[in-house]
Design a protein around this ligand. Structure first.
Ligand SMILES: *[C@@H]1O[C@H](CO)[C@@H](O)[C@H](O)[C@H]1NC(C)=O
Length: 261
């Protein structure tokens, strides 16, 4: 069930250097060491961890452009200019509030914390989605709705979608759960459990709205399969190999996180 969450998100993979060695450029992304330092620093300061404290975003708190430009020009001469002070920007939820925290990466300490009280919410994390997609299976009305449809709950999975925004000034941090039947086909999106509305609160980690309004049959599994290995021609996996040639090498150079023509 958990994996389903991943299908709905475009995951941004940030490539990181693997050691805590000196950073080459002031705009280099955080290293794994720095990510861990940020997590430890914030958890220690707030004496909390998930689900009381969750990390919605951790990234480089970019130094001012003037500092970067002055580093560039002195580095061009010395080849080893000292990078400006590195900081991380953290967006976290702590006790159902949104915080913007700046962490000094040389000292492992918090520089500033701002409570965000404006509209909107920070990004949703995989952990939060995993937690709420498990909720219907412990929620009696949902279990009954599945039974009423003569479906085996072991073959049901739920995923998250937005509840939408309709101009509310204040709203709760909620997600809609859509559930599907997986038996007989990998193409579960062709087999939704219609008529059921589940709304879960991400901060409370509980179901806050539930309706089972109508019961229409789940579409059949036949002819919905899309997994390549299960296809027969003309849809089968008959692709031929292809080659990409660069006889004079690539037209760019990669140095750390910098790309040059
Ligand atoms: C439901 O599915 C599970 C897992 O596939 C299976 O062990 C169980 O026997 C099924 N129950 C019914 C009532 O078919």
């Amino acid at each position: 069930m958990k994996l389903l969450v991943f299908l709905f998100l475009i995951t941004l993979f940030i490539s990181c250097t693997t050691s805590a060695s000196t950073n080459k450029h002031p705009l280099d992304p955080l290293t794994p060491f720095e990510f861990k330092l940020v997590r430890a620093t914030v958890q220690k300061t707030y004496k909390a961890s998930s689900p009381t404290l969750t990390f919605q975003y951790i990234g480089l708190d970019e130094p001012d452009k003037a500092l970067v430009l002055s580093w560039e020009s002195s580095n061009a001469k010395t080849k080893a200019a000292k990078v400006p002070l590195r900081r991380a920007l953290v967006i976290a939820r702590f006790r159902k509030q949104s915080l913007e925290i700046s962490v000094d990466l040389s000292k492992g300490s918090i520089v500033s914390t701002k409570l965000y009280t404006g509209q909107g919410f920070p990004m949703i994390t995989f952990d939060e989605q995993d937690a709420v997609t498990e909720l219907p299976f412990k929620y009696k009305p949902f279990v009954e709705s599945v039974q009423k449809r003569n479906l085996n709950i072991s073959d049901v999975v739920c995923s998250t979608s937005s509840v939408g925004w309709y101009g509310e000034i204040k709203s709760k941090r909620t997600l809609k759960l859509q559930c599907f039947y997986t038996k007989g086909s990998s193409n579960l999106f062709a087999r939704p459990l219609e008529g059921i509305t589940v709304v879960a609160d991400l901060d409370e980690r509980k179901i806050v709205e539930y309706f089972d309004n109508f019961n229409i049959p789940v579409p059949k599994a036949e002819d919905t399969e899309y997994v390549a290995t299960k296809q027969k021609p003309p849809f089968g996996p008959t692709l031929m190999g292809a080659a990409f040639m660069q006889p004079n090498g690539p037209g760019f150079k990669i140095d750390g996180h910098s790309i040059r023509l």
